[in-house]
Design a protein around this ligand. Structure first.
Ligand SMILES: *[C@@H]1O[C@H](CO)[C@@H](O)[C@H](O)[C@H]1NC(C)=O
Ligand SMILES: *[C@@H]1O[C@H](CO)[C@@H](O)[C@H](O)[C@H]1NC(C)=O
Ligand SMILES: *[C@@H]1O[C@H](CO)[C@@H](O)[C@H](O)[C@H]1NC(C)=O
Ligand SMILES: *[C@@H]1O[C@H](CO)[C@@H](O)[C@H](O)[C@H]1NC(C)=O
Ligand SMILES: *[C@@H]1O[C@H](CO)[C@@H](O)[C@H](O)[C@H]1NC(C)=O
Length: 478
């Protein structure tokens, strides 16, 4: 088997680094290209607000009260930037310095992987070969719980801000936004935040701003650019770091494209994306790959669990549309070729898709139109060992999880050898992989409210790690 390195990110603890973020003040305001055919009311209001005040958006902020001025002004006469070299005479530190000092302590604790006594609330402790370094992960997770604070910009309201879809394929967008808003990681004091969240839902933008069938990105992009423009005028934080301590989250396929609307958003900010395609500027050390989770009913009820290996008569299963570059190859080699290899475009009437996953030992998760697919998480939910056939995909949490301990990764050119590769895995080895898959399942589960180490916390943890990789200084403070 070929080296599959391109699929994974290096373990984070060997990558913790310190990047100084310079502060230069420039803002790009993208020209907007409007399109006037049938408009939803929301889109119409957006266009009208643009007409009434030139290029600046107004009604994004119409839904919330503006914050009081003093809340977010930094004191201008404080501040040395080098947190390791603060002079003794100085007895007052800026909020930013205090925050950065706290992050420096977290970095040191993770690098030393110091584990003191178990915290009283530790109901779960990661261990086993499913983790690249369980001790470092646990330390980092505990540091996150202890310190991490996120400010959510309050500007904007439903249907596009602070909410998102909670059903179907992009459900993680709505779930994450809503879970973060009520989580203890949220701070309503922006001067106490390590990161700033841009709370728009890309799926909702495609529903409420995009003109269906128009193939016109301009309006959606100017919408995102306007939002960033609004918060960068109203608060000092975006300019201070040029977006580096900001993040967005999108599961919709168009997430990356919309992030291109704002230069610093895709070069500096953290983008948590399902569509984590390294050929489309996804940068594993700055961006975060999040799992795509298909929730037909808005809940995982009935999706989790499956029989033991001995009750799984089918070797390997796949059913689904043939789009994208990989699936046609899979179908060409394996459709209707072998009773052990159940590869279908359509399932026969009356055969249940999830039922097939529960009867199979391995489930194939090939890329489709986009690199991500909900099959990977479905397979883990149902106790089927995932077989990943993807190219240029950064697998979610692959800086923490050792995917090869509980999944099979096959390069596209090995599709003809699929059966041979799977048959070469001994029953004992299979049983181990399957059991580990069940053990890591918690990291992909959706809970309301969220539970420790579940998918909400894993996404947040990946974001936290990216934040640890930068140091923000405020040039205006010296
Ligand atoms: C903008 O918001 C204000 C206040 O909510 C409202 O009165 C006005 O009609 C809105 N304008 C547009 C174009 O939607
Ligand atoms: C910070 O201060 C330490 C100790 O004086 C020094 O070694 C280090 O180079 C400084 N770092 C920066 C980025 O100025
Ligand atoms: C885990 O990471 C810590 C540093 O964070 C390091 O000291 C330790 O050696 C690592 N363990 C393994 C097994 O790599
Ligand atoms: C951020 O920078 C832009 C462009 O230079 C400027 O127009 C804006 O006023 C700045 N924002 C703040 C809060 O100073
Ligand atoms: C990843 O991006 C590249 C470049 O745009 C594209 O050719 C490829 O098809 C994408 N992969 C998938 C699975 O969509």
């Amino acid at each position: 088997m070929r080296d599959c390195k391109e699929f994974f990110t290096e373990p984070f603890f060997s990558r913790l680094r310190l990047v100084l973020v310079a502060v230069i003040a420039t803002t790009a305001i993208l020209a907007m290209s409007s399109s006037r055919i049938p408009l939803t009311a929301y889109r119409k209001a957006y266009l009208q607000s643009k007409e009434s005040d030139g290029s600046r958006v107004s009604n994004i902020s119409a839904h919330t009260q503006p914050r009081k001025d003093g809340d977010y002004h930094l004191k201008s006469d404080e501040g040395l930037h080098n947190i390791t070299n603060v002079p003794r005479s100085k007895n007052k530190y800026s909020n930013l310095e205090i925050l950065e000092a706290s992050l420096a302590e977290a970095r040191a604790a993770i690098k030393g992987a110091r584990i003191g006594q178990e915290a009283p609330h530790e109901d779960f402790v990661p261990k086993g070969p499913m983790y690249l370094n369980a001790t470092a992960f646990r330390r980092s997770y505990l540091e996150m719980e202890k310190r991490f604070k996120v400010f959510i910009y309050e500007e904007g309201g439903p249907p596009v801000f602070h909410v998102g879809p909670c059903k179907h394929t992009y459900a993680i967008e709505g779930y994450f936004i809503q879970a973060l808003e009520v989580s203890p990681f949220r701070t309503t004091d922006p001067s106490k935040a390590h990161l700033y969240y841009l709370p728009f839902s890309v799926t909702r933008i495609t529903e409420f701003i995009y003109v269906p069938e128009s193939r016109e990105w301009g309006l959606m992009k100017s919408f995102v650019a306007d939002y960033v423009n609004t918060i960068s005028h109203k608060y000092p934080y975006w300019n201070r770091s040029l977006g580096a301590d900001h993040f967005m989250l999108a599961c919709h396929d168009w997430g990356p494209e919309l992030s291109f609307a704002v230069p610093y958003l895709y070069t500096n900010s953290i983008r948590a994306l399902c569509n984590a395609n390294t050929s489309e500027r996804f940068a594993p050390s700055r961006d975060v790959s999040i799992p795509e989770i298909h929730l037909p009913l808005g809940t995982t009820k009935g999706m989790i669990g499956g029989p033991s290996p001995s009750k799984r008569p089918i070797l390997v299963f796949y059913a689904g549309g043939i789009h994208g570059p990989i699936r046609p190859i899979l179908l060409e080699y394996w459709e209707d070729k072998d009773a052990d290899v159940q590869i279908h475009q359509y399932l026969p009437k009356g055969v249940s898709y999830y039922g097939m996953m529960r009867k199979s030992r391995y489930c194939i998760c090939p890329s489709g139109y986009e690199v991500a697919s909900p099959r990977m998480v479905e397979a883990l939910y149902m106790g089927c060992v995932p077989v990943l056939i993807k190219e240029g995909y950064v697998i979610p949490f692959s800086d923490i999880l050792n995917w090869k301990a509980f999944a099979v990764v096959i390069p596209v050119q090995d599709i003809p050898n699929l059966k041979r590769i799977l048959m070469a895995i001994s029953p004992r080895q299979y049983i181990r992989m399957q059991r580990r898959g069940i053990q890591v399942r918690r990291h992909f589960e959706i809970n309301t409210p969220p539970k420790r180490y579940d998918v909400f916390h894993m996404i947040l943890h990946s974001i936290w790690l990216r934040r640890l990789n930068i140091i923000v200084e405020d040039a205006t403070e010296s």
